[in-house]
Design a binder for this molecule. Structure first.
Ligand SMILES: Cc1cc2nc3c(=O)[nH]c(=O)nc-3n(C[C@H](O)[C@H](O)[C@H](O)COP(=O)(O)OP(=O)(O)OC[C@H]3O[C@@H](n4cnc5c(N)ncnc54)[C@H](O)[C@@H]3O)c2cc1C
Length: 612
């Protein structure tokens, strides 16, 4: 259905909670729009549309004629005036992130839910909606798309890419697949950090669908395969050119499964903002990184260095079980008691072993926190880095301030510090921040007592999906401390012009409480994870190589150089050997290779491959 397919909800007939449930279901099942109609009595469609827009994040929201009769009766105080309605619609358009469609004419309504009725309505060249009353009805609309998938129009088929068996997509997946000629393609082709043009995106929302997608991918091993959850990968190529992408972004549930143990079951497609918001009423939090838009799937398989790590450990340290689908298509569960070897590997090198479909994570109680953002002007970057390193190392575990700095302008740089004091007392917050504030003159500051969920910002993910362009260049090195030499060489790198931004994530504290070797994630003695970003790999390397030499390892999530040396930086030899052995067991055909692939073949075969 190239024009788009969606559902029509009758606000006059359906109870309020059902309306949002149906809209959320339509979004999860990959439909394109939800139209709120029902002008005669019942709930006001415009209010319902606002409610629906708030409960969803991607799907377009149409509001039928917004309750405005063609010729309003100015004597009737019950009737809305057009300018009031227009203003409300404009507001809703902005708040929904430009997802609002205004009828009539922006969609056409199928007379019933048969494929023939849908095809007839599609003749108008605008998205088609089908009236629904139950979740089952929504699923039937999805099935219409399945039926239609096999008969994609010639204009869509003309944009198919070589080497992909488009006609062989399993039926169970057909509702969610997006081809280059489909209207939804633009919203799924790229990720946050990179531009892409995959040949087929397989959106899976159940374990069965993930298994079918993997089985389909196994028939295409000569093509790149990306696995996508939140689409924020640097090291992970969750998009590609001409290959396949398995997208589990729709598996985004967050459910408390054991309140006594604060155990939460989280889907890989949930954003960390969504997790934080869902746990807010419980007074709990799961630490992640610094950006709410990042997905659970990529972060909870790699590490997770965030504002709460110094108190709670890495995100992977809170994970109690992972469910995934292996390269052979079989579902498996890994925890301390079930497949413990695999569980070990999934916490640091998870992307190599399968597609995670659910995580069970133990949350921690949290109250309001101090949320700080300070901009300081620094003349001597080396001195400021060393100063920051010293203050950060001495800070108590409740205080975590990340740092970013760019190249000097006019001999001065702006150092941005942002982070959390896990304490709601203003005096404590101020005393914790004061040593950081002494690094240089403050030109901007904001310090608030906030809910942790409000700290998790996700302004980076637009409603039209990710629109990244090009290929990021990032290098990542772990340091124990900012020695004068590290600070000087890092400052030189920033000044070189080869590096656009240097960012530092404070580590230490509870991260190092977990014994080295307990997870595949290594180098727990690091005090700082430093990443540099640029656009030209040669220039970034020229600037960064001298600094890297002083590091103790790498956090791969911020590294885009996929050479074997970098794999070695992240995983010391015994860890890498064990990972390789497990890769041989769980992915002998080397299917998962979009994110620092660990080659399962013996060393001599790998060498031959490199030589070719
Ligand atoms: C703006 C920004 C800020 C960040 N801040 C932090 C931070 O503070 N701390 C930190 O630790 N990291 C941070 N990161 C890095 C981030 O954790 C990783 O890039 C992570 O991989 C993104 O996960 P995702 O699901 O959003 O990405 P995706 O692009 O969807 O996935 C990235 C890779 O992860 C793997 N993957 C994804 N889903 C699954 C799955 N279901 N099963 C198995 N493997 C999967 C795949 O190899 C994939 O290529 C940040 C990234 C960005 C872009």
């Amino acid at each position: 259905m190239d024009v788009g397919l969606g559902v029509l909800l009758d606000a006059a007939r359906l109870p309020g909670a059902r309306l949002t449930d149906l809209a959320v279901r339509a979004e999860q099942r990959g439909l394109d729009l939800v139209v709120v109609g029902g002008v005669q009595g019942g709930l006001d469609p415009l209010t319902v549309a606002a409610w629906v827009a708030g409960a969803t994040s991607r799907i377009l929201v149409g509001v039928a004629d917004a309750g405005v009769p063609p010729a309003p009766d100015t004597g009737d105080p019950e009737q809305p005036f057009p300018f009031v309605v227009d203003k409300s619609l404009d507001g809703l358009g902005l708040l929904s992130g430009d997802r609002l469609l205004r009828g009539p004419g922006a969609w056409s309504v199928a007379v019933d839910s048969t494929i023939d009725a849908v095809k007839a309505a599609a003749g108008a060249g605008v998205p088609v909606v089908v009236a629904v009353r139950t979740v089952h009805d929504v699923d039937r609309v999805v099935e219409l798309r399945v039926v239609d998938h096999a008969r994609r129009p010639a204009s869509v088929r003309a944009r198919r890419m070589p080497g992909i068996d488009y006609e062989g997509v399993p039926d169970v997946l057909a509702a969610g697949v997006v081809e280059p000629g489909d209207s939804a393609y633009r919203s799924v082709a790229s990720t946050y950090m990179r531009g892409g043009a995959p040949g087929l995106v397989l959106r899976a929302t159940t374990v069965e669908e993930v298994a079918a997608a993997i089985t389909f991918a196994r028939r295409h091993t000569d093509l790149p395969l990306g696995v996508r959850s939140g689409g924020h990968g640097f090291s992970g190529r969750s998009t590609n050119h001409g290959g396949l992408v398995v997208d589990v972004g729709g598996m985004d549930g967050v459910e408390v499964i054991d309140p006594d143990r604060r155990l939460v079951r989280v889907g890989p497609g949930a954003s960390w903002k969504r997790v934080a918001t869902a746990l807010r009423p419980y007074g709990w939090a799961i630490g992640s990184g610094d950006a709410g838009g990042v997905g659970v799937g990529g972060l909870a398989t790699a590490g997770g260095i965030g504002f709460l790590s110094r108190k709670q450990g890495l995100t992977i340290d809170r994970v109690r079980a992972v469910e995934l689908v292996l390269a052979d298509g079989s579902p498996i569960r890994a925890s301390d008691d079930e497949n413990p070897d695999l569980f070990w590997a999934l916490r640091g090198a998870g992307a190599n072993f399968g597609v995670a479909t659910a995580f069970e994570i133990e949350a921690e109680p949290i109250g309001d926190v101090g949320w700080a953002s300070l901009a300081l002007v620094v003349d001597d970057v080396a001195e400021a880095l060393e100063h920051y390193g010293r203050v950060a190392s001495e800070a108590p575990r409740d205080t975590t301030l990340f740092m970013m700095i760019g190249p000097p302008r006019g001999g001065r740089s702006v150092m941005q510090l942002y982070g959390v004091v896990d304490n709601a007392d203003p005096d404590t917050i101020i005393s914790r921040l004061t040593p950081f504030a002494r690094i240089g003159p403050i030109v901007q500051q904001s310090v608030t007592v906030s809910a942790y969920a409000d700290v998790m910002d996700m302004t980076d993910t637009g409603p039209g999906g990710h629109q990244g362009v090009g290929e990021p260049v990032a290098r990542s090195t772990l340091f124990r401390e900012f020695t004068p030499e590290v600070a000087r060489l890092a400052a030189d790198a920033v000044a070189s012009g080869g590096v656009g931004i240097l960012s530092v994530r404070q580590m230490g504290g509870a991260i190092a409480d977990v014994p080295e070797g307990a997870t595949a994630f290594s180098h727990r003695d690091a005090g700082f994870a430093v990443a540099v970003l640029g656009s030209n790999a040669r220039r970034v390397d020229a600037a960064w190589d001298p600094v890297r030499g002083l590091g103790i390892g790498s956090y791969l999530s911020f590294e885009t150089d996929q050479s074997p040396e970098r794999l070695g930086d992240a995983f010391p030899p015994p860890v890498l050997d064990r990972l390789r052995e497990l890769k041989r067991r769980y992915d002998p055909g080397f299917l998962f290779r979009d994110n620092f692939p660990i080659d399962p073949r013996p060393a001599d075969a790998r060498l031959e491959e490199t030589a070719r």
